[in-house]
Design a protein around this ligand. Structure first.
Ligand code: MSP
Length: 663
C-alpha cells in the first residue's frame, strides 16, 4: 500500500566545502527516496544548509566577509553539487530563510509559554566545534572526544529548555518502539545516555557574544542556540504548523544522520517535539518522528578525514573519474550501514571492476549479444520451463523480498548484495545452458527461446532494482531492452509476478556499461605517492584514459562472439604531435583506409618521439566509442604491448593496406 515517506539529511554547516561524508549522507537519502518512489510511495526529500552560529561567524570573519555573504557562497556549493550527483531532493532549506526563522520563533514562544523554558545562570565547558556545552561525562581527559580540543569554561546567564523533564518519557518511547533509532547499536547508546540522566539544555547565546542567529522572540538580547534553530528545519521545511505537506508527510518522517550528531537528533529533538506537543495539548506521538537512521563515518585509509591531514575526499573529482553511477554504487555497497568504513580509491576500482564491469556489464552485453546473434534482438516467446529456469525464477522472487526488506530498513548494502546474487546466478545460467550450443540444433530452438527470454526478463528486473542507486545505468539498460522509462510503482508490478518485457519486443545493441578500469595504474600511483595519492585522485587515473598499460586482474573469459564485437584495423600514422601540458599522450592522425583520416590519442608519449611514429603501421580498435581527452576527440585506440621497458605499439609484420581487418 502506498504511504507518504519523508526523508531528511542533516542540514550541513556552511563552514566547509562539501566532501565525501556529506555526499554519502545525501546519496543515501536519495537512494531511500528513489526506492520508496519505486514502491509507489509518495515521497518528499529534504536537504539544506545550517547557517547560524559561532563557527560560521568565525569562518566569515576570517575571510573578511559578512556571515550572510559567506553562507550564501558555501550554501551555493552544496546546492549546486547535488544535481551533479543525481540527487532528487524536493526541497533545499536554509536556516537563513525568512519562513524558517519565523517557525523557530513561533515554536520557541510556544514552548516558553508552556513553561518549558527558563532563565538561569550557568557555567559549563563549551566546545566551539560541537557548538554546545559538554557534560563531564562526555569529556575525555578534559577534552572534547570529537574535536580533541579543550572546551572553554564559560559562565553566563542564559535560557534553558527543560529537557530533563522528558527523560523518562523518551526512555519509555524508545523501549516501546525498538526501531525508533536504528541500527540497534545507536539505540543502545542513546539508552545509555538516558540512563546517566539528562541535564536541561542551554538554548540561547547572549548577543554580546554572538549576533549571527535567530532572535529569541521573548528576549531581544539573545539569539537562539544553533541546534534549537537547526533541528526545527525538519518541520519548517514542511510548512509547519499546518498545510498539506505537514499533514501528509510528518507522520512518516525519517531522519538520516551520521553518528556524530546522534545526541542532538536522538535526545534534543524528540524532547523538543514532546514539549511542543505538550504546549499544544496534543499527544507526543503526533510529533515524534518515525525513525532515526544512523550511519557510520567514512575514514580515509583508517584516518579521520580532515583538512589538516590533507585527506579530504572531494566527491566531484571521483565522480568525474569513475562516473557518478559507479561512485554512488561504491558508497552504498561498500559501507555496511551503521558501521564505519575506510575509503580508498583502490577499493573503489576493485569494486568497479568486479561488480560493475565483470558481473553486471558482462551479463548485460553477453545476453544481448546472444539475443541479437540468434534471435535478431527480439525477445522470444518462452519455451517450456525446466528445473534450472524454475530455480532462477525462485531466486528472483526471494531477491525481491529481501530487496524490499533491506532497503526499508536502510540496509542498502544488503539489498545490493542480494541483487548481485541474482546477477551472478544469471551469469551462471548462461554458462550452464550454453545458448551457443543450443543454437546449433534446430530441434533445441524452444529451449534457446526459453533461456534467452528468461535472461532478458532477468536483465529488466535488475535494471529496475538498481535504479535507486544507479538511475542512469538503469534507464540505459531499460532503453536498450525496450522497457521504456523506469516508473514509480514498478517494483509493485514485479512483486505481483508480472513480466516486464513482452515477447516479440525488439531490443537494441548493447553499449559497454562499465568499461574495465586499469587497476595497475591506480595501484602504482598509490604505492608511489603513499596514502595521500589514494585520497586525491589524479584525473587521468581511469575512465577518461582507457588505454590500459597493464591489467592487474585477469579479465573474465569471453566468447568468440564477444571478441567479434571489437573491430581491429591496420592504420598508417600520417602525423604525430605532442599535446601542450600533457606529457603522456600524443595526437596521431591515421590513415585507416577510410574517406577521412582519423584522430586518435595514444598514451605513448613517454615511449616514442612523435617523429618515430610517422609512417609506421599500427593496429587500432576502430569501433571504440569516441572519447574526449584533453579537449581532443579520440576516434579509437592504438594497441600497444606492455614490455619491460614500457609500451611498444603493435604493427603488422609486413606492410599491409590501411583499413585491413585484424582478427
Ligand atoms: N549542521 C549540523 C547538522 C544539523 S541537522 C539539524 C552538522 N553539520 S555538518 O556539516 O557537520 O554535517 C554532519 C553530517 O555530515 C554527518 O552527520 C553526516 O551526515 C555527514 N558527514 C560528515 N562527515 C562524515 C564522514 N566522514 N562520514 C560520513 N558522514 C559524514 O552537523
Amino acid at each position: 500500500m502506498s504511504q507518504p515517506f519523508y526523508i531528511t539529511t542533516p542540514i550541513y554547516y556552511v563552514n566547509a566545502e562539501p566532501h565525501l561524508g556529506h555526499a554519502y549522507s545525501t546519496i543515501v537519502a536519495d537512494v531511500a527516496a528513489r526506492f520508496h518512489r519505486l514502491t509507489g510511495d509518495e515521497v518528499r526529500f529534504q536537504t539544506g544548509t545550517d547557517e547560524h552560529g559561532d563557527k560560521i561567524a568565525q569562518a566569515a570573519e576570517a575571510r573578511g566577509v559578512t556571515p550572510q555573504q559567506y553562507a550564501d557562497q558555501i550554501s551555493g556549493l552544496f546546492r549546486h553539487l547535488w544535481p551533479e550527483l543525481h540527487i532528487t531532493n524536493d526541497k533545499f532549506i536554509r536556516t537563513t530563510d525568512p519562513d524558517h526563522k519565523q517557525v523557530v520563533q513561533s515554536i520557541l514562544q510556544k514552548v516558553h509559554d508552556a513553561g518549558d523554558i527558563y532563565f538561569a545562570k550557568y557555567g559549563g565547558h563549551y566546545c566551539v566545534g560541537c557548538e554546545r556545552f559538554l557534560t563531564e561525562h562526555e569529556m575525555v581527559d578534559g577534552k572534547c572526544p570529537d574535536h580533541g580540543t579543550v572546551p572553554v569554561y564559560q559562565e553566563e546567564e542564559n535560557y534553558f529548555f527543560r529537557m530533563s523533564n522528558y527523560t523518562e518519557q523518551l526512555k519509555a518511547h524508545i523501549e516501546a518502539h525498538p526501531d525508533f533509532i536504528r541500527p540497534e547499536r545507536y539505540k543502545n547508546e542513546v539508552l545509555a545516555m538516558l540512563e546517566q540522566g539528562l541535564e536541561d539544555l542551554c538554548i540561547s547565546r547572549p548577543k554580546s557574544r554572538l549576533t549571527w542567529g535567530i532572535d529569541l522572540p521573548f528576549d531581544a538580547g539573545y539569539v537562539t542556540y544553533v541546534w534549537f534553530d537547526a533541528l526545527i528545519n525538519y518541520l519548517s521545511g514542511l510548512g509547519w504548523p499546518g498545510g498539506e505537506n505537514m499533514a501528509k508527510f510528518w507522520p512518516g518522517a525519517q531522519h538520516l544522520i551520521a553518528k556524530d550528531i546522534l545526541k542532538p537528533h536522538a535526545i534534543f529533538w524528540p524532547t523538543m517535539l514532546m514539549s511542543l506537543a505538550r504546549a499544544e495539548g496534543r499527544p507526543a506521538q503526533d510529533y515524534l518522528y518515525k525513525h532515526l537512521n544512523v550511519h557510520g563515518y567514512w575514514n580515509v585509509d583508517q584516518a579521520k578525514m580532515s583538512k589538516s591531514l590533507g585527506n579530504v575526499v572531494r566527491p566531484l573529482e571521483l565522480a568525474e573519474i569513475y562516473g557518478v553511477e559507479a561512485f554512488r554504487y561504491f558508497l552504498l555497497r561498500d559501507m555496511a550501514f551503521g558501521l564505519d568504513s575506510s575509503f580508498s580509491e583502490q577499493a573503489l576500482v576493485e569494486r568497479y571492476n568486479a561488480d560493475l564491469a565483470n558481473d553486471l556489464g558482462n551479463l548485460f552485453s553477453r545476453v544481448l549479444t546472444l539475443l541479437h546473434k540468434f534471435r535478431g534482438g527480439v525477445v522470444p516467446e518462452p519455451g517450456p520451463e525446466q528445473a534450472e529456469d524454475a530455480d532462477l525464477a525462485a531466486l528472483g522472487a526471494a531477491v525481491l523480498r529481501e530487496y524490499r526488506r533491506e532497503n526499508r530498513t536502510f540496509a542498502f548494502h544488503k539489498a545490493l548484495a542480494s541483487v548481485w546474487s541474482l546477477i551472478s546466478a544469471g551469469n551462471k545460467y548462461v554458462v550452464v545452458s550454453e545458448p551457443w550450443a543450443l543454437a546449433k540444433d534446430p530441434a533445441l530452438a524452444p529451449r534457446l527461446d526459453r533461456v534467452l527470454h528468461d535472461l532478458c526478463q532477468l536483465l529488466a528486473r535488475v535494471a529496475v532494482l538498481i535504479w535507486p542507486v544507479m538511475p542512469l545505468t538503469a534507464e540505459q539498460m531499460a532503453g536498450v531492452l525496450g522497457l521504456g522509462r523506469i516508473e514509480p510503482g514498478l517494483l509493485a508490478r514485479l512483486e505481483e509476478g508480472q513480466a516486464l518485457l513482452d515477447p516479440g519486443s525488439q531490443t537494441h545493441q548493447p553499449p559497454a556499461l562499465f568499461p574495465r578500469i586499469d587497476t595497475a595504474k591506480v595501484q602504482a600511483k598509490a604505492a608511489k605517492a603513499g596514502q595521500k595519492a589514494e585520497a586525491k585522485p589524479a584525473p587521468q587515473a581511469a575512465k577518461k584514459d582507457q588505454a590500459p598499460e597493464k591489467a592487474a586482474e585477469e579479465p573474465a573469459e569471453i566468447g568468440i562472439e564477444q571478441f567479434g564485437q571489437v573491430k581491429l584495423k591496420v592504420a598508417t600514422v600520417l602525423s604525430a604531435e605532442r599535446i601542450p601540458k600533457a606529457d603522456k599522450i600524443l595526437k596521431l592522425t591515421l590513415d585507416a583506409g577510410e574517406e577521412e583520416p582519423r584522430t586518435v590519442v595514444a598514451g605513448v608519449a613517454q615511449h616514442y618521439d612523435p617523429e618515430e611514429l610517422v609512417g609506421k603501421q599500427v593496429v587500432i580498435v576502430a569501433n571504440l566509442k569516441p572519447a574526449k581527452l584533453r579537449g581532443i576527440t579520440s576516434q579509437g585506440m592504438v594497441l600497444a604491448a606492455v614490455g619491460p621497458d614500457g609500451l611498444c605499439v603493435v604493427s603488422p609484420s609486413k606492410p599491409t593496406p590501411p583499413g585491413s581487418q585484424v582478427r
